[in-house]
Ligand binder design. Structure first.
Ligand SMILES: Cc1cc2nc3c(=O)[nH]c(=O)nc-3n(C[C@H](O)[C@H](O)[C@H](O)COP(=O)(O)OP(=O)(O)OC[C@H]3O[C@@H](n4cnc5c(N)ncnc54)[C@H](O)[C@@H]3O)c2cc1C
Length: 247
């Protein structure tokens, strides 16, 4: 956690794509070289700025997917971008950009939607679609610091093929204190039922309020609203729930 992010004046940095990794048909991880990166905390995001040859530029927020890095990779940062239909920036970053391409970024940003590894409470993570990205940074950090805090992840995706980091999540659930529950909204494997997150699923898969978990929910606004309502109805204090909305 050396060089952890400190608030301060954020400047634009030129970054180079070092590698890309296809995660699903519509989501790609970009491994970035960010010279002078000040470090970050899991859950933080950054602003990416793309500029066309004619000077037109667009900015979008993207969560940081990687755990804070240490030497010799301390200037490496990973993002995972899911293409949005008709979007301007995400189809380019997830489907066109390639190693050697450059753009600008500013960050890290955010001090609220952050998991601190010295927090000893159980960790409850709720992801909708690409909302898994900052939660994956938390899982990777949990592993990096060898935390023994139990973790439960409820991840809503359209189909199994839309699950980002599917293999890594499966491995983590086998070898670390992670319990993984999927809610598939359009197609589920082996004839299982599809459906959105609901009270019965939370009763079975989330920590109960008595466990006093630290809770992070991230994804499209509708998912985050639904998850928060279910948690509060189950008795979790609203103050324990931290949310990030992507849409
Ligand atoms: C804190 C934060 C973190 C995020 N992290 C991630 C992440 O890790 N990964 C990720 O994939 N995304 C993330 N996002 C979402 C990301 O910032 C972008 O919103 C997303 O990539 C879509 O950008 P875009 O330029 O492709 O789409 P946009 O061009 O912004 O369009 C988005 C949608 O709006 C529609 N639209 C655009 N303009 C109009 C209009 N005038 N009228 C009607 N409809 C319109 C488009 O058709 C499209 O469907 C994050 C967002 C936030 C706020």
């Amino acid at each position: 956690m050396a060089r952890a992010a400190v608030p301060g004046r954020l400047t634009w940095r030129a970054v180079t794509i070092a590698a890309t990794r296809r995660e699903t048909a519509s989501a790609t991880t970009l491994v970035l070289d960010v010279p002078g990166w000040p470090g970050h905390l899991p859950g933080q995001h950054l602003v990416a700025r793309l500029t066309a040859a004619d000077g037109y530029s667009s900015q979008r927020d993207y969560s940081i997917a990687s755990a804070p890095a240490s030497a010799p990779d301390r200037d490496r940062v990973e993002l995972t971008v899911q293409a949005t239909d008709d979007g301007e920036v995400s189809p380019y970053l997830s489907g066109v950009a390639e190693p050697g391409d450059q753009f600008d970024l500013r960050g890290p940003i955010g001090g609220w939607f952050v998991w601190h590894p010295d927090d000893t409470r159980p960790l409850l993570l709720l992801a909708g679609g690409s909302g898994i990205v900052p939660l994956m940074a938390m899982l990777r950090t949990h592993d990096q610091v060898k935390s023994e805090v139990p973790v439960r992840l409820i991840y809503s995706a359209r189909t199994p093929a839309d699950v980002i980091y599917a293999v890594e999540l499966s491995e983590r659930s086998r070898f670390s204190p992670l319990t993984l529950t999927y809610a598939f909204t359009r197609a589920a494997p082996d004839g299982a039922k599809t459906g959105r997150i609901n009270a019965a699923m939370f009763a079975a898969a989330a920590f109960p309020p008595e466990a006093d978990p630290a809770i992070f929910a991230c994804g499209p606004a509708g998912f985050v609203e639904a998850a928060s309502s279910l948690l509060v109805a189950a008795g979790h204090p609203a103050g324990n729930i931290r949310t990030e909305r992507f849409g």
